[in-house]
Design a protein around this ligand. Structure first.
Ligand code: NAI
Length: 268
């Protein structure tokens, strides 16, 4: 019996990319999976697929930027499974445009999904997770702990998540409940093709990438291994790890590197 056998794992943004891969990987550990995603058709289709291969999977449409929908979805998960052991705050969106061009509404939308979405889902499920001495897993980014030009709104939302969840870890420690932060480098998913531009519409502006992007499956493997060991933080991809350490040890050098690598992002 594995550590996650019959544990209930709820993944937000679970209908595609890293979230779906995390759901699949936890299923292999014997967990029961709850998938939440704003794309209702995709979440229903993924539930059918995963259930067909023998998994105990329950899905629900939920826009995490709505507190009401998060509360309803959390109640539905608890009613269906009897409680929740692990919440993976994964749902997220990004933006790409220079700060000077970007409308304030874009910052608000990115904060609403990435930061408040994670906050609402965690608030709605925390009693059940604490009762089961479970875990909250937070999918941040290297942009949660280091700067990233051309994505000031995204970077701000991920830094806000970092502050909230590292602090929450210290509040919950005495209860036996754990919080793990995951910081992926670039991963091949649909995230960037849905990035918001300066005016809030999906942008076609070319994207800069550092290093070979990882796959969602590689990310999920590292995240589940980290959860098994109750690590405080996992940093993913070779370029991500390198960036993380340069940003810690030589922040001014890190700023110069990203200024050079990401300069094209500021082109109009
Ligand atoms: P993705 O776009 O493939 O998946 C995101 C999922 O979240 C989608 O299924 C989407 O429908 C869902 N979603 C978006 N807004 C939502 C909302 N308001 N409510 C509920 N669901 C919503 O992207 P990916 O890459 O799998 O992203 C997952 C997480 O990983 C995000 O938090 C992202 O910031 C983070 N991340 C991704 C990196 C990458 O290079 N792909 C790098 C670092 C972090």
């Amino acid at each position: 019996m594995g550590k996650f056998t019959n544990k209930v794992v709820v993944v937000t943004g679970g209908a595609s990319g890293i979230g779906l891969a995390i759901g699949r990987r936890f299923l292999q550990e014997g967990a029961k999976i709850g998938l939440l995603d704003m794309d209702g058709e995709a979440v229903a289709a993924r539930c059918r697929e995963l259930s067909a291969s023998g998994g105990d999977v329950f899905g629900r449409r939920c826009d995490v930027s709505s507190e009401v929908q998060c509360n309803e979805a959390a109640q539905a998960m608890v009613a269906h499974f009897g409680g929740v052991d692990v919440l993976v705050n994964n749902a997220g969106i990004t933006q790409r445009a220079a700060f000077v061009d970007t409308e304030v509404s874009v910052f608000e939308r990115v904060m609403a999904v990435n930061f408040f979405g994670a906050l609402y889902c965690t608030k709605a499920l925390i009693d059940s997770i604490v009762e089961r001495q479970g875990q909250v897993i937070v999918i941040e980014s290297i942009a949660g702990v280091a700067p990233l030009l051309g994505r000031t709104g995204y970077c701000a939302s991920k830094h806000a998540m970092h502050g909230l969840f590292t602090s929450l870890r210290t509040e919950l420690r005495a209860t036996g409940t754990h919080v793990m932060i995951a910081c992926p480098g670039f991963i091949k998913t649909n995230l960037q093709s849905r990035a918001l531009g300066a005016d809030g519409r999906v942008t076609t502006h070319p994207q800069s990438v550092i290093g070979r992007p990882g796959t969602a499956e590689e990310a999920a493997e590292a995240i589940v291994q980290g959860a098994l060991k109750r690590k405080h933080m996992v940093v993913l991809t070779v370029a991500g790890k390198l960036g993380y350490w340069i940003s810690r040890l030589a922040p001014a050098l890190y700023e110069r590197i990203i200024e050079r690598k990401f300069r094209a992002e500021l082109d109009r």
